[in-house]
Design a binder for this molecule. Structure first.
Ligand code: NAD
Length: 735
């Protein structure tokens, strides 16, 4: 393997080119480090070489980051002491980057080093920015599409290869915080104004500009500020008046935002704070210790798996049937309401031609104007140009004429949630569209197999379930009806890939997957109100365990009358087996009181005239008094979490879910299930199935059969199995 190669020109400038074999973007591997170090050693030792340019052989990018599988490898290699393996591996990377940074200069005089410039043709993420930060000057090509930053925090880790320590020392803790704590990415120009890169130059001058600098750099130009005498951290060290305010504020802000459930955010802050109090090399060691600590935390491996590895695998078609390419060219969207308008926008944005149909021209136009609204907002924020707006809008034809659907290879139906209306539009569309077109419905509650009865071609009929708001939500749930064929699944997956969302594929059952799990969460919250649990305890317990919204706020957002509608329909379908009478009492009473949630500016919360949430409604206690004795926080949290994860397990047991990765990724992206946990199955694995089953038994005894341990979980508990051990991709491959 040769990911790194070096060539020296007649002027004595060596160019090290990074070109990871078999990948479209560079990623750092264990072998890569060895190669890079060998070339740096060679360049530093060779008297004919005056300086070095480190660049990439990939057009448009420098590097995408670390190969995250390396983390697992380092742990494995260390046998029974994985933490040591990680720490040693990280320190080794620090040592190599420190070698680049010091570049052979005399430790006392800081003289005699060789200039090393980094030339970024484009995107530089994670380790792909940490390595440049160890170089003496960073040149970036003026490539507006490039993304530069340290997104590690988004997958539950933090920049642990010197990025944290160097960025804070380069720009100060306050200025570095959006890049470290929020994983903010910038284009080259913004990265330069923030002080992350040093120069932005036209793409075709990238290497010559870097070479010019290398040839002209003086000793003083290559000594990092923190290696100079009298270095002071920009913005102040922790125990200076300004630094004190920064660090005090940051700790409070991070805890407020993360509710303390994300180990990476805390560890990052500790690394920054402790690192700021000690010399640079010690700070790197401190960073390495905290990084090891985070990597050893089960939350970060679960987050890496669900939010990175498995999410990417699903996006790349891990569950796509093996049929030819089904890229969508022209989509017909039936119904230009809230969902249809959003579906038209995301499709047109992906370059797909869209025909947007409603029963009146006015409604169709209103649907199209939703795109105009988003684009205008983008223009005012300088994210969209007038030209892009015109192009995108030109792709959407708003009409009442079904004849316009001619040539559509995909239909997405989003008319009223009424089987007869859906049947009518299905027949009308099928009369026009090509024989081989795929017909998808966006229904949220009606069985796909029933709706497919209105179709002439049920094997070409499928569910593509979007979440609201369509342009923001990242997940799309694809639902196979009884007769849905492979080509329909492939079409749906190819479409979701085109619109850059993450798909899960599930089988047809009541509420499919996401809504099936989220409804019991809301219900459990409402049930507790009836029992006299303090509403503030319910809501805060949910947030403190990482749910984005408490159950009462969530039902206010989705509306209480929708809850009533779903409850009535479910009761009608389930008859005596219906378990949620206690919930309905509260829900129906709220609806009778006209408290329908945010849209009526009154619900479990109070709202001001502008619809802004003011706090929990104090009138609730008159009807449902708060009990004198309140449950423990963990009890409330377990009720709220188990209500969801047990549905996920049942969905797996019943074959609605076919892949637990979809269950985990879908839960986080679909309804924000405690992302720190990696999703329902990762969370159960963290607890261990024996404890999870025992806990279900206790909850069942205290609160009733809705918590009863699914047979599958009981069996796995008996055998000491984990979900990923039994159903994960490795297990599937082995089977
Ligand atoms: P909506 O009421 O906002 O829009 C429905 C649109 O369909 C309206 O513009 C209506 O004029 C149009 N329509 C009705 N009959 C028609 C016909 N015969 N021909 C052409 N157009 C017709 O509803 P919505 O919230 O956009 O929901 C649409 C579908 O999406 C429903 O099946 C719903 O269950 C599903 N869904 C909704 C959400 C959500 O959060 N709102 C989420 C996922 C799925």
């Amino acid at each position: 393997m040769t990911d790194f190669t070096m060539k020296t020109d007649a002027d004595g400038v060596a160019t090290i080119t990074w070109d990871t074999q078999g990948k479209s973007m560079n990623v750092m591997t264990l072998e890569g480090w060895v190669e890079l170090e060998a070339l740096i050693d060679q360049a530093l030792a060779d008297d004919a070489i005056k300086g070095v340019i480190l660049t990439s052989g990939k057009p448009g990018s420098f590097a995408g980051g670390m190969d995250l599988k390396v983390i697992a490898k380092m742990k494995e290699m260390a046998g029974d002491n994985p933490a040591k393996g990680l720490f040693d591996g990280i320190m080794n990377a620090h040592r190599i980057m420190r070698k680049i940074e010091r570049a052979g200069m005399d430790p006392k005089t800081n003289k005699g080093g060789k200039p090393i410039a980094c030339a970024l043709p484009g995107t530089a993420l994670g380790i792909g920015l940490e390595i440049p930060l160890s170089c003496h000057r960073i040149f970036a090509a003026d490539n507006p599409k490039a993304k530069i930053g340290l997104p590690e925090i988004m997958v539950g880790i933090f920049p642990g290869a010197g990025g944290t320590t160097r960025l804070v020392r380069k720009m100060g803790a306050m200025a570095a915080s959006p890049f470290l704590l929020e994983g903010k990415l910038s284009d080259p120009k913004k990265a330069k104004s923030a002080g992350i890169v040093d120069e932005v130059v036209p793409a075709d001058e990238l290497l010559s500009a870097a070479k010019d600098w290398v040839l002209n750099a003086k000793d003083a130009d290559i000594v990092k500020p923190w290696d100079q005498k009298g270095y002071k951290m920009p913005g102040g060290a922790p125990y200076s008046p300004s630094g004190f305010m920064t660090f005090l504020g940051a700790a409070a802000m991070v805890n407020g935002k993360t509710k303390g459930v994300y180990p990476a955010a805390k560890a990052l802050l500790s690394a920054v704070y402790e690192g700021a109090l000690v010399p640079f090399d010690t700070a790197l060691k401190v960073e390495a210790r905290w990084f090891t600590n985070v990597l050893m935390n089960p939350s970060s491996s679960a987050m890496i798996n669900s939010l990175f590895v498995n999410k990417e695998a699903l996006e790349k078609g891990a569950n796509r049937p093996d049929v030819a390419d089904e890229t969508v060219r022209k989509v017909g969207v039936l119904g230009a309401g809230m969902m249809g308008a959003g579906i038209a926008y995301v499709s047109a944005k992906a370059g797909i031609e869209v025909v947007l149909i409603d029963s009146t021209q006015e409604a169709a136009d209103r649907g199209k104007s939703y795109s105009t609204g988003i684009l205008d907002k983008g223009i005012s924020r300088r994210k969209v140009t007038e030209e892009q707006k015109a192009d995108l809008l030109a792709r959407i034809t708003a009409t009442t004429e079904y004849a316009a659907l001619e040539g559509c290879d995909l239909i997405v139906e989003a008319v009223f949630e009424d089987p007869s209306v859906k049947a009518e539009v299905t027949a009308k569309a099928e009369a026009v569209i090509p024989e081989d077109a795929i017909f998808a419905t966006n229904t949220s509650t009606l069985p796909i197999s029933d709706l497919a009865k209105a179709s002439k071609r049920p094997e070409q009929f499928i569910g593509i379930h979007f979440f609201s708001p369509v342009d923001k939500m990242l997940l799309v749930e694809i639902i196979k009806g009884k007769e849905t064929g492979n080509r329909a699944v492939a079409k749906a997956l190819d479409y979701v890939r085109q619109i850059r969302k993450t798909p899960i594929v599930v089988n047809d059952a009541r509420f499919f997957y996401a809504n099936r799990c989220i409804i019991p969460y809301i219900n459990e919250g409402i049930r507790m109100v009836k029992e006299g649990v303090a509403p503030a305890l319910i809501e805060n317990a949910a947030k403190l365990v990482g749910m984005p919204l408490g159950p009462l706020q969530l039902v206010d957002e989705t509306s209480i009358d929708l809850g009533v509608k779903i409850a009535k329909a479910t009761k009608a379908a389930m008859g005596d087996a219906y378990p949620d009478g206690a919930v309905d009492e509260v829900l129906f009473w709220m609806a009778d009181e006209g408290r329908l949630g945010r849209k009526s500016k009154s619900g479990f919360y109070a709202y001001d005239d502008a619809g802004k949430r003011q706090g929990l409604w104090d009138g609730l206690a008159a009807k449902y008094p708060v009990a004198d004795e309140q449950p423990e926080l963990i009890e409330v949290q377990h009720r709220l979490l188990f209500a969801q994860v047990l549905e996920a397990v049942r969905a797996l047991e019943e074959g609605v879910l076919e892949d637990i990765r979809e269950g985990d990724v879908g839960a986080i992206l679909g309804w924000g299930f405690a992302p720190w946990s990696g999703g329902p199955f990762s969370w159960l694995d963290m607890l261990g199935t024996p404890y999870a089953a025992e806990r279900c038994d206790q909850l069942t005894e205290t609160y009733g059969d809705r918590f009863s341990t699914p047979d599958l979980l009981r069996e796995m508990a008996g055998k000491g199995q984990s979900f990923y051990g039994r159903f994960g991709p490795q297990a599937k491959k082995a089977a």
